[in-house]
Ligand binder design. Structure first.
Ligand SMILES: Nc1ncnc2c1ncn2[C@@H]1O[C@H](COP(=O)(O)OP(=O)(O)OP(=O)(O)O)[C@@H](O)[C@H]1O
Ligand SMILES: [Mg+2]
Length: 272
C-alpha cells in the first residue's frame, strides 16, 4: 500500500457521528418521541455523502446536530476529532429556502459571514468577487435578491457559504424548491465547485436521481425511529457530467436505491 493511501486511511474522519440519539418531548405529555436512534457514521474528508429517506426519518435533525444547531440527547459528533458544541463557520449550512438577506446586495450577502468574523474589507471584497464569479454572478454582484431568479438566489447562497471557506458543507434539500431543469443545472455547478475545492459534503435529499448523480456514498435512512438502514457506494466515475445520468452504472444504482426505499415504505416512501 502506498504511503499516501495508508495516510488517508488512517487520517481522522472529517465527521464522526458516535451513537447519536435524539428524542423530543411531546406536548401532550406522552412518552418522548425518538427522532434519531443510535446513529453511527464516519465521513472521510473530501467525500460527498448523500442522505436520503422519507419525510420524518430525521434527516434534518441529523444535519442540525452535525451543524451544532441542535444538541443530541445522547452521543457525540466530532469534527476533525473535536466535539461539536455549537455552530461554527467551519461547518457551512445551506437550507432548502434561500438564506439570502433581501435588504443586502449580492456582494454584501456574500461578505456577510466574513464581516461577522472581522475579516478586513479588502479581503472581503476580493473573496466576494471570487465567489460571485465562481457561481456565475459576476455581473449581478451589485443586484438585490429581488432582482434575481430562484436559481440565482441559490447561487448567492452557495457563494455565501463557500466564501466562509468551511471544511464541511451541510446541505438540507438545497435544490428542493427549484424547477427540474434549474435543479439539474445547479447539481452540475455544485459538482464543479466540489471538484475544485474537495470540501466534505453531507447533502440531504428526497430525490433518488439527485443522490446518485452527486454522491460517493448514499446513506439510506428509515423512519420511526429514525435510523440508518443502509449505506450504498455509488460506482460512477468522476468527474461526472450529463452523460453520467444515462450510464448503466447510474441506472443500476438508481434501481437498487428505489427498491431499498420501496422496501422501507410506507413510512419512508421518497417523493420521487
Ligand atoms: N423541535 C422539534 N420538536 C418536536 N419534534 C420534532 C422537532 N424537530 C423534529 N421533530 C420530529 O422529528 C422527526 C424528524 O424530523 P426531521 O425534520 O428531522 O425529518 P426529515 O427527515 O428532515 O423530514 P422531511 O423529509 O419532511 O424534511 C419528525 O417526526 C418531527 O416531527
Ligand atoms: Mg427535513
Amino acid at each position: 500500500m502506498s504511503d499516501a493511501i495508508e495516510a488517508a486511511l488512517q487520517a481522522t474522519p472529517a465527521i464522526e457521528i458516535k451513537d447519536v440519539w435524539r428524542t423530543f418531548q411531546r406536548l401532550d405529555g406522552s412518552a418522548p418521541f425518538t427522532a434519531l436512534q443510535d446513529i453511527r457514521l464516519d465521513v472521510r474528508a473530501g467525500t460527498f455523502v448523500a442522505i436520503i429517506g422519507g419525510s420524518g426519518c430525521g434527516k434534518s435533525t441529523l444535519l442540525r446536530i452535525i451543524a451544532g444547531l441542535v444538541p443530541p440527547s445522547r452521543g457525540t459528533v466530532l469534527h476533525e476529532g473535536k466535539p461539536v458544541h455549537g455552530p461554527h463557520h467551519s461547518r457551512g449550512f445551506v437550507f432548502q429556502g434561500d438564506a439570502v438577506f433581501p435588504w443586502l446586495t449580492v456582494r454584501r450577502n456574500i461578505e456577510f459571514g466574513l464581516q461577522c468574523r472581522g475579516i478586513p474589507a479588502a479581503e472581503r471584497k476580493r473573496t466576494a468577487e471570487t465567489w460571485a464569479a465562481a457561481v456565475g454572478l459576476a455581473d449581478f454582484i451589485e443586484a438585490f435578491p429581488k432582482e434575481l431568479s430562484g436559481g440565482m438566489r441559490k447561487r448567492v447562497d452557495l457563494a455565501r457559504v463557500y466564501a466562509n471557506d468551511p471544511d464541511v458543507l451541510l446541505m438540507d434539500e438545497p435544490f428542493g424548491a427549484l424547477d427540474a431543469q434549474t435543479k439539474e443545472r445547479m447539481q452540475v455547478e455544485l459538482l464543479g465547485l466540489w471538484d475544485r475545492t474537495r470540501k466534505t459534503v453531507l447533502f440531504v435529499t428526497h430525490d433518488v436521481d439527485e443522490a446518485v448523480f452527486l454522491a460517493d456514498e448514499i446513506v439510506v435512512m428509515a423512519a420511526r425511529p429514525g435510523r440508518i438502514a443502509e449505506r450504498i457506494k455509488v460506482p460512477l466515475p468522476r468527474p461526472r457530467d450529463e452523460r453520467s445520468r444515462v450510464s448503466d452504472a447510474f441506472e443500476e444504482t438508481r434501481r437498487r436505491l428505489r427498491k431499498l426505499l420501496e422496501d422501507l415504505a410506507p413510512a419512508t416512501t421518497p417523493a420521487r
